[in-house]
Design a binder for this molecule. Sequence first.
Ligand SMILES: CC(C)(COP(=O)(O)OP(=O)(O)OC[C@H]1O[C@@H](n2cnc3c(N)ncnc32)[C@H](O)[C@@H]1OP(=O)(O)O)[C@@H](O)C(=O)NCCC(=O)NCCS
Length: 167
Amino acid sequence: MTLGLTIRKPVADDGNAVHRLIAACPPLDTNSLYCNLLQCTHFSDSCAVAENGEALVGSLSGYRLPNSPDVLFVWQVAVSEAARGTGVAGQMLRNILRRPENAEVRYVHTTVTETNASSRAFFRKFANGLGAQWAEEKYFDQDMHLAGEHPSEFLLRIGPFDLAAAD
Ligand SMILES: CC(C)(COP(=O)(O)OP(=O)(O)OC[C@H]1O[C@@H](n2cnc3c(N)ncnc32)[C@H](O)[C@@H]1OP(=O)(O)O)[C@@H](O)C(=O)NCCC(=O)NCCS
């Protein structure tokens, strides 16, 4: 499945395919197509897509925290079912972190629900691979912040790390 895999920054023309991929990857919430277009353009330095031939098989969206630019916040990671388990998600995250424009990033933050085992395992493997510390705290509460409609989201803080030293 990884034959011909290309990881790159997204562009506006990817917006539609990113939107459809996320819709096909529960438990991810869909956002508006317009939101995905902004990620693919204004935030392309901190986002990645994975292509296998013509097919878009992966998307990772993120941004540097406005007041803490050494933190990459990972918003959503989606890999098409057929491409899972081959390292696509990990390659997208490392591709972003290896870009010269992200050289000062020392932390990855993300939020996960209590039961998203694949997401937790993915970030745990990433942290362990770098020998990085891991901290976790409740961030968005189901009742207080998410209108009772979505399970609580826990903030994972990974770092500090030095990717170059770990290569
Ligand atoms: C989570 C997701 C992005 C992982 O994509 P992926 O390309 O298969 O991940 P990788 O191959 O890079 O996996 C890296 C590590 O993550 C962990 N992992 C990934 N998928 C897993 C699963 N289903 N169950 C348990 N661990 C999993 C493993 O530790 C894996 O390393 P290993 O293969 O050496 O055991 C993908 O399963 C997905 O799109 N899920 C639905 C959407 C979602 O939940 N997104 C939130 C993710 S952060």
